[in-house]
Every structure is written in C-alpha cells, then in structure tokens.
Design a protein around this ligand. Structure first.
Ligand code: NDP
Length: 314
C-alpha cells in the first residue's frame, strides 16, 4: 500500500460474524465497504468446532467453514477485504483517520468497529493441545457434545456460574474449580450454583494440568490450602475465567465500560463518536453469540448507511 491516504465511505474493522454481516449489508447498500480482518480472520468461531445453533445450517457447520461462508457472501457483493490489522485510530476530526499495521492511512466517512473479544485462557500447554478436543471456552457452543458426561468448569465469576448451571442441565456432573474460598459471581448466580445438586464446587482449587492425549480424560488439580493433588475424571474442560474485548486501540477515544467493552446507545450501534459505530462482542458482554453478533453487524451497517445518507456522502 502507498503512503497516500486513501478515502473510503465505510471502513469495517473486524471479520467475525458482526464484521462480515456489516460488510454484506454495507456492500449491498452501495457503501463500497473496506474490511480489515485483523489478526484472526474469521474471529473466535475459527477456533470452534461444530456450530449447531446458527439458524440456516440444519446439519450444523464447522466454525471455520461458517466464517468462510460469511466471507464469500461479503465478497460476492464486492467487499474489499484486507488481511491486515488496524493498529491506530484518530477520531478527532472528519473524516475519521485510521492506520493499518503497515502504516497505510485511511480516511473514512463512517467506521464500524467489529473487533470482537477473546476468551481468556489459563495458559497451560495441555489446554492448547486439547483445544477443541474437550477443552472449550463456550458452554452454549460446545456443551451439547458432552451431554450425559462429566465435565469441569474453571472460574468463579458470573460466566463460570452461568456455564456451570447450563452444563448441569446436560451433563451428569459438573465440577466447578474455584481458586479461592469464595466466588466473585453475583449472589443470585452463586445461589443458583449452590442449589444445583449435580454441581460440585472445589474451593481453593487450581488446575495443574488437563489430562489426555487425543481427548480430555481428566484434570489434575491442587488444593492450595492443603497442598493435596487429585485427579478428577472428566471428558470436557470449560474455561470460564472471563473475556477480553479487543478494544485497546480505542481506549481514551471511545467511551467504554469498566471491562473495556464499547458503550453503545441502547437499541442502536452509535458510540459517543459521531460516524463511528460498534457491533458484535466488542460491545456485548452479555449475549456473545454468533447470531447476536451478526444481528448487531446488520444494525451497524444500517446505522452507518443512514448516517452517510444524511451527510450526503452516499
Ligand atoms: P470475571 O472477571 O468477573 O471473573 C473471572 C473469574 O475467573 C474470577 O472469579 C477469577 O477468580 C477467575 N479466574 C481468573 N483467572 C483465573 C485463573 N487463572 N484460574 C482460575 N480462576 C481464574 O469474568 P466473567 O466472565 O465471569 O464476567 C465478566 C463480566 O460479565 C462481569 O461483570 C459479569 O458480571 C458479567 N457477566 C454477567 C452475566 C449475567 O449477568 N448473566 C453472565 C456473564 C458475565 P478470582 O475471583 O479469584 O479473581
């Protein structure tokens, strides 16, 4: 790319369900969108196995294949897709300025942020090795594959509580591994966990290793108070220690909540910066589903279209 700034009507940052859906709508509205994929083209779904809860795929679909389908649909309407990262933005003037990792400068009339979020991981080697082979960060996505089996969930916040109660409906037993002697989750969620007979809470317990070669066979845990090391036989291991929205480059520029999720106007995708819209997991700490991300991606494109039309840009 040259160093001359490039002018675009609609710049989309991110390539998960939100970004690609925004691209499909923007392209069909003749906004000639340019989409930067970021470091992980296709987003979180590319590290998922089977997706069975996305409407329109009655037989289910592999996460990476689904994102390939999203991409091809965006390409069909001539979205300009670039496999690069946006590393810097300046939203202090019009048009909005954005730079790619290679230093290419883009001036955009409207910007759609769809940078998503990433699950936090424990950082164990065995966790990497068994990813999608029993290790998951999404009970709603993968819980079904473990029905009738025994699983473990690590974490002690609302996500862990929610995942554990969700899994308890499908699995024979859920071991909740809590590293301290208390949970961070809200009282009501904790009560729900405590009142579910097939959830066993292991207090003061840290995960030492996830066991298994081709699939999870168990987890080795240590009680940090007694020092006792035990093995729990499970076939599924769910990491629920939080998510991190990919919003670093917008810090101090766009309004965010305490967890760095972008704030949008309820029912809309407007951020506090005019002409900058946010969709998908970058602004949703609550639903975090592919289908809800796609829905807000559509909303962002429609909001951007109305904005650009009102400004006489398209
Ligand atoms: P949180 O940051 O609230 O909690 C993370 C939990 O994971 C903490 O209990 C923490 O333990 C534990 N943890 C972190 N690192 C490790 C580790 N290496 N090993 C073991 N445990 C670890 O994240 P959540 O995703 O749970 O929630 C994020 C936000 O989303 C919160 O504001 C929450 O209220 C909200 N949320 C709301 C929901 C709802 O209302 N239905 C559902 C889901 C989320 P420790 O406590 O010891 O630090």
């Amino acid at each position: 790319m040259s160093n001359t700034p490039e002018h675009v009507h609609c710049l989309i940052i991110g390539s998960g369900p939100a970004g690609y859906t925004a691209a499909i709508y923007a392209a069909r509205a003749n906004m000639k969108p340019v989409l930067y994929t970021g470091k992980e083209p296709g987003g979180q779904l590319t590290i998922t196995n089977e997706v069975e809860n996305y409407p329109g795929y009655p037989e289910g679909v592999l996460g990476p294949q689904m994102m390939e389908d999203f991409k091809n649909q965006a390409l069909r309407f001539e979205t300009d897709i670039r496999y690069e990262l946006i590393s810097k933005v300046d939203f202090s003037s019009f048009p909005r300025k954005v730079w790619s990792e290679t230093g290419h400068e883009i001036h955009a009339d409207a910007v759609i942020i769809a940078t998503g979020a990433s699950a936090k991981w424990l950082g164990l080697e065995s966790e990497q090795k068994l990813m999608n082979k029993g290790v998951s960060a999404c009970a709603v996505c993968d819980g079904f594959f473990f029905r009738g089996q025994e699983v473990a969930v690590v974490g002690a916040g609302d996500t862990a509580a929610e995942e554990a109660t969700y899994l308890a409906k499908l699995c024979t037993k859920v071991h909740l591994l809590v590293r301290r002697d208390q949970m961070r989750a809200s009282k009501i969620m904790q009560e729900r966990v405590m009142n579910t007979p097939n959830i066993q809470i292991h207090w003061n317990t840290v995960t030492e290793e996830i066991l298994g070669e081709e699939g999870v066979t168990g987890v080795r845990v240590k009680n940090v108070q007694t020092g006792a090391v035990t093995e729990i036989p499970v076939t599924g291991f769910f990491v629920a220690i939080g998510h991190k929205p990919n919003t670093e480059i917008f810090e101090g520029i766009i309004d965010m909540d305490d967890n760095k999720y972008i704030k949008t106007v309820p029912g809309r995708t407007y951020t506090n910066v005019e002409g900058v819209f946010a969709c998908g997991d970058a602004q949703d700490n609550y639903y975090r589903q592919a289908v809800t991300a796609a829905g807000t991606g559509c909303m962002a494109a429609l909001d951007a279209e109305r904005y650009l039309a009102a400004k006489g840009k398209i």
